[in-house]
Design a binder for this molecule. Structure first.
Ligand code: LMR
Length: 327
């Protein structure tokens, strides 16, 4: 049995595919776009720790944060090419692959991370993940980050009318574009790695994100206002290359699966706390003026955005959105 070594940079390096048993030696790459102090990075580091420990060092895991290896524009295609074995994109960047990934952009749909987790762990969520199989991509689990809030450089947002005439950066997709369009705002999709500069240079007036993303990338340094509104969410899909996955023998796969399970647990358990901590830090830094919408103010946004919600409920699939609403 001459073991065929995997060659070239396009593969998990050194994978001994022929061995029916025994841990396969290889190097796995995990790439993502956010900073270190985020649930995504914490989850990825847990995967590394578990996989390296359980394999006795036979499997090496390299984690690349901050778009160091691949950014928003090229991480998916590099996963398809198996140049990276795991990516964890914000689902809003996956809407071109399937409209179901618009769920986190549906205004005020989920009330908590738990509700979002329950949807993606359920039958409808799994169906959406399954639709990536045509690309040779396997959706393994959902990692939450949390609710998004607005930052901008123009004014404290209190009413839907306050957005009128602003230009907002979004993660991408027609639903977020429609949402801002409904409020009289323009929008532009800009990769996360270029966002700080875009805000600093005034390419856009504002953006929407979680507290941990705002704090860890210091967007508050270049935005005068932050409005706590929680109108949309950042939720991630942990994705792998199907061929890479299928070619692991059972023993190796069990170790990698354990890494995935424990990484998911850490990402899920740390998201809320990291956002809470980040909000405190943003307030302490005092660079941006923070206001929080009242219940009544949120109701006004819900009302203003209802037409967009209704239209996109049909576009995503009423059965899917109804299932999400029930969580
Ligand atoms: C963003 O682009 O704002 C976020 O999707 C980044 C991320 O991965 O959380």
């Amino acid at each position: 049995n001459s073991s065929k070594e995997t060659e070239g940079s396009g593969k998990a390096e050194g994978g001994d595919k022929e061995s029916a048993s025994g841990i396969q030696e290889m190097t796995i790459k995990i790439s993502h776009v956010v900073a270190e102090n985020t649930p995504k990075h914490h989850g990825a580091l847990k995967m590394k720790e578990v996989i390296e420990k359980e394999s006795g060092g036979k499997i090496k895991v390299q984690v690349y944060p901050n778009s160091q290896l691949f950014g928003d524009k090229d991480e998916y295609q590099n996963l398809v090419a198996n140049n990276v074995q795991f990516i964890i994109p914000d689902m809003s960047k996956m809407v071109g692959n399937d409209p179901g990934f618009n769920i986190p952009a549906m205004p005020f749909l989920f009330e908590s991370d738990d509700a979002a987790n329950a949807f993606w762990d359920g039958e409808k969520g799994k169906e959406i993940f399954k639709r990536l199989e045509k690309d040779g991509v396997l959706g393994l689990s959902m990692w939450p980050n949390g609710a998004k809030h607005m930052t901008n450089d123009k004014k404290a947002i209190k009413t839907p009318e306050d957005l009128d005439g602003m230009k907002i950066r979004t993660q991408g997709g027609q639903l977020l574009e429609a949402l801002y369009g409904q409020l009289g705002a323009g929008s532009a999709s800009i990769p996360f790695g270029e966002l700080y500069t875009a805000l600093q240079q005034g390419t856009v007036d504002g953006q929407e994100n979680t507290f941990s993303n705002i704090e860890s990338k210091k967007f508050d340094e270049v935005q005068k206002y932050m409005t706590i509104m929680g109108h949309t969410r950042v939720d991630y899909a942990l994705l792998t290359n199907t061929k890479f996955w299928d070619e692991m023998n059972e023993e190796t796969k069990a170790i990698v699966q354990k890494g995935v399970d424990e990484g998911t647990k850490v990402a899920r358990e740390s998201a809320e706390q990291l956002n809470e901590d980040a909000l405190k830090i943003i307030k302490e830094r005092g660079q941006t003026k923070v206001n929080e919408l009242s219940e009544a103010e949120i109701e006004a946004f819900k009302k203003a955005l209802q037409p967009v919600y209704d239209e996109w409920k049909e576009k995503i699939g009423a059965d899917i959105v109804s299932d999400a609403e029930s969580k």
